[in-house]
Design a protein around this ligand. Structure first.
Ligand SMILES: [Zn+2]
Ligand SMILES: [Zn+2]
Length: 179
């Protein structure tokens, strides 16, 4: 998983129930939180925690989970005949990762960057606007043809400089908030 916010991890109990062989792989920083039952990143903020817990009938500790593999930046994952590079891109949360497939130039950036020059929020627990800036900068230097973001829509042919332009649009917010 690209990170452990509830809108991405909420399905895990159902997945484990229906497919017991499924393994949970996340960045080590958020993996340690899940194993300890620290749900601060999972819910992001107290308001979301109370809202989600009442709406979905969840209780504290429901997302204390076994993590099968803790990823770090630089890991290379060989899955289904494809090779994916793990890139640590904190900012939206502390353990955000992108997965990059160099052969097809495919990027799965989680909630760090979306289509339509949008980016993920940078005000939740463990988020950091300056790190988000640095992560977008790192992604902007990569050759990306297909973008598969965590929300909105897939981009099948990403224009050259798309992430750089997105960063340019947001940098005033990311940098001034950091000051
Ligand atoms: Zn998120
Ligand atoms: Zn999300």
């Amino acid at each position: 998983m690209t990170h452990t916010h509830l809108d991405h991890t909420g399905c895990l109990h159902e997945l484990f129930r229906k497919m017991p062989w499924v393994e949970l792989w996340v960045h080590e920083s958020e993996g340690e939180q899940l194993e300890k039952g620290d749900e601060r990143t999972l819910y992001g903020m107290a308001m979301f925690k109370s809202m989600c817990q009442s709406q979905y009938r969840l209780k504290d500790g429901d997302y204390k989970l076994k993590v099968h593999r803790k990823l770090v930046g630089g890991d290379v994952l060989k899955i289904g005949g494809m090779t994916w590079d793990v890139i640590h891109i904190p900012g939206h949360s502390m353990g955000c990762i992108a997965l990059y497939e160099p052969a097809g130039k495919i990027l799965i950036p989680g909630d760090v960057v979306y289509a339509d020059h949008d980016i993920g929020r940078y005000d939740l627990y463990g988020a950091d606007p300056k790190q988000h800036f640095d992560s977008l900068k790192l992604l902007s230097e990569m050759d990306v043809k297909m973008l598969l973001p965590g929300h909105n829509r897939i981009m099948n042919s990403v224009p050259d400089g798309y992430i750089a332009k997105t960063l340019d649009q947001w940098k005033g917010y990311l940098v001034s908030i950091h000051k």
